[in-house]
Design a protein around this ligand. Structure first.
Ligand SMILES: [Ca+2]
Ligand SMILES: [Ca+2]
Ligand SMILES: [Ca+2]
Ligand SMILES: [Ca+2]
Length: 404
């Protein structure tokens, strides 16, 4: 069995329709593809039969996966009248149910061993499928039959073996990979096209199931089609996997890999002291900053304070997270109950607003303790602005408390 990565990240083009202009625009969106979890897309589900998730009730007969070399997923010498058919199989791989000890009518029919008229009893496979649309789906299978006793399959959904999804039959196209959607019925053992289907009552996650009818049967690919006029050809379309947008990546506190509490400068610190020399909240960057546009606020320390309210004294590793700026290297002072515990200067940067993390070491905090952060607006003389040079604004994001 070919091992597939559980998930892979790829780029896919999504077509988004714009309601106002009815104009079709294309955007590139990063998606995560979950292999082995299938999805219906535009009324179509395409599954490689060998890509099943589970197999149960397989003590007497078992679906074995044959790879591109014709090697079975379980080594052993099993009764089998035909050689592998990997060439011509989609993905050069398929499943066959073995042993096969009923090849023709001369060999004894043993229900429960080499034949199973009841679905869901022998060698049951599952394939998870997410349907975005309920409805009736025609079932197509691609099989390789070499005799009259290796050409039937049962399908089901969520453990229910609907009457119309039982007994997929292959009469035509012997000794080659062939598509069929024909249900075997008493009055016509070969069936007629598009008479095999599954009714999916509700949108959402379901489990497609496949079980043995005749041993020696070989299946390459499965298609469920809501479009009744659809008929697959050749290898059929590519598999339809379940895809989701990539999760949103973290944008702040990027270098903080663990924390007990985050004290955001804006939310946890008192910074609006009502005077002209207080911080303002820089909404765009989500940090406190000094309005260096006012000359009287340059080159002086502005402060904000936090009062610890947790009742239980606790030790933490404390860190200060600032933003580096192109136009100056601001200084930061951190005080605990008025005593200086940290004094830092932002490093020079060639990337504006990159986070910098400063370690304040191990501290014990008890109820009523006060943490004060101070910073200044300074210029490094590098970035011209009017007659002078631009000032960094002493930006900082917050204080992080980590379990020691
Ligand atoms: Ca065989
Ligand atoms: Ca057989
Ligand atoms: Ca066979
Ligand atoms: Ca295949």
């Amino acid at each position: 069995m070919k091992l597939l990565p559980l998930s892979l990240i790829g780029l896919s083009i999504l077509t988004v329709s714009c309601a106002n202009t009815k104009q079709q625009i294309e955007i590139e969106k990063e998606v995560v593809t979950v292999n082995k979890n299938y999805a219906e897309k535009n009324g179509l589900v395409v599954i490689e039969a060998e890509n099943f998730s589970t197999q149960v009730l397989s003590d007497k007969r078992r679906w074995l996966i044959f790879d591109e070399n014709g090697t079975a997923s379980e080594p052993g010498l099993y009764a089998d009248p035909d050689t592998p058919h990997s060439a011509g199989a989609s993905g050069n791989s398929y499943i066959e149910i073995l042993p096969d000890n009923r090849t023709n009518h001369d060999e004894k029919l043993i229900p429960g061993e080499n034949f199973m008229p009841t679905p869901g009893v022998m060698a049951v496979l599952t394939y998870p499928v997410y349907f975005s649309e309920p409805g009736r789906y025609i079932i197509w299978g691609r099989a390789f039959s070499t005799g009259p006793e290796d050409n039937g399959f049962h399908f089901g959904l969520d453990g229910v073996w609907q009457e119309k999804s039982q007994r997929l039959q292959f009469c035509q196209g012997k000794h080659q990979w062939t598509w069929s959607s024909q249900q075997r019925v008493p009055e016509n053992h070969c069936g007629t096209p598009k008479t095999l289907w599954l009714d999916v009552e509700k949108a959402g996650q379901h489990t497609l199931m496949l079980s043995m009818r005749e041993d020696g049967a070989e299946l390459d690919k499965i298609i469920l089609s809501k479009d009744q006029s659809y008929t697959p050809e050749g290898l059929g379309p590519a598999e339809t996997f379940y895809q989701t947008p990539k999760l949103e990546e973290k944008k702040v506190y990027k270098d903080i890999d663990n924390y007990a509490y985050i004290l955001n400068s804006k939310d946890s610190f008192n910074f609006e002291n009502g005077t002209a020399d207080s911080y303002y909240f820089d909404k765009g960057r989500g940090v406190l900053a000094i309005n260096a546009g006012k000359p009287e606020l340059r080159n002086k320390f502005i402060s904000a304070s936090y009062i610890h309210k947790k009742p239980k004294p606790q030790s933490f590793n404390m860190k200060l997270v600032t933003l580096t700026e192109l136009d100056g290297e601001s200084e930061y002072k951190v005080l605990l109950n008025g005593k200086l515990i940290g004094d830092f200067k932002n490093p020079e940067t060639n990337l504006d607003y990159k986070e910098a993390v400063f370690d304040l070491g191990l501290i014990e905090l008890k109820k009523g303790d006060e943490i004060t952060v101070k910073s200044n607006a300074v210029t490094n003389g590098k970035i011209p602005e009017g007659d002078i040079t631009a000032f960094a604004r002493g930006r900082w994001r917050g204080v992080v408390l980590q379990h020691p």
